[in-house]
Design a protein around this ligand. Structure first.
Ligand code: ITT
Length: 201
């Protein structure tokens, strides 16, 4: 049973789940994860952050009968023409883990000078209600790709991403600082009031 005012977090990525919980906090609503719904298989994704985020949230809201939030996110690397972008989770193929994807990225950028290593994290967060309404918000975090991994916090590409205005990697920041400046933090804070309203309905 799901209690009223509960909002489901539509992600299979444990790193995202932790961050979304920390960013949104708990007050007007509580968050529950997909662990409560083992029968739910997240849908396949395409090439567009907004479409993918809406698809995940709408799918889970419909399946659970509760408002759901999800995000589609990725890293866009200037020297790679914006790749891997929405394909960041699948960059290098299914066989790779986070460390393998980081190693592949560093390999592709081996000959790229520091001044040309610009990149940004992008996140589109989506809120869906069981009747199919969707609201989205986008957040970005600019920075550069380092030449070697640093730090152990966060997930994904954090160890090789240095956010603008910092001289450490995203994986060396506290969770609080990452969430304050990150693409995900910006996108979900912009959706927070709408989430509270949807949970109260
Ligand atoms: P769900 O679809 O189940 O939410 P996912 O990991 O497949 O999980 P995405 O398709 O949105 O989600 O892929 C996002 C990928 O982009 C993620 O797996 C990381 O590789 C990368 N990424 C996104 N946000 C990141 C962050 O804050 N720090 C590091 N890497 C991040």
């Amino acid at each position: 049973m799901i209690a009223a005012r509960e909002v489901v977090v539509a992600t299979g990525n444990p790193g995202k789940l932790v961050e979304i919980r920390e960013i949104l906090g708990e007050g007007a609503f509580t968050l529950c994860s997909l662990d409560r719904f083992p029968e739910i298989r997240m849908p396949e994704e395409g090439d567009d952050y907004t479409e993918n985020a809406a698809l995940k949230a709408r799918f889970v809201a419909k399946a659970t009968g509760r408002p759901a939030v999800g995000d589609d996110s990725g890293i866009e690397v200037d020297a790679l023409g914006g790749r891997p972008g929405p394909h960041s989770a699948r960059y290098g193929g299914e066989g790779l883990d986070d460390a393998g994807r980081v190693a592949k990225l560093l390999g592709e950028l081996r000959d790229v000078a520091p001044a040309a290593r610009g990149a940004r994290f992008v996140c589109v967060a989506a809120l869906a209600t069981p009747d199919g309404e969707v609201e989205v918000a986008r957040g970005e975090c600019p920075g550069v790709i380092l030449s070697a991994p640093r730090g152990a916090s966060g997930f994904g590409y954090d160890p090789v991403f240095q956010p603008e205005g910092f001289d450490v990697s995203m994986a060396e920041l506290s969770a609080e600082t990452k969430n304050r400046i990150s693409h995900r933090g910006r996108a979900f804070v912009a959706l927070r009031d709408a989430i509270a309203r949807a949970a109260a309905r």
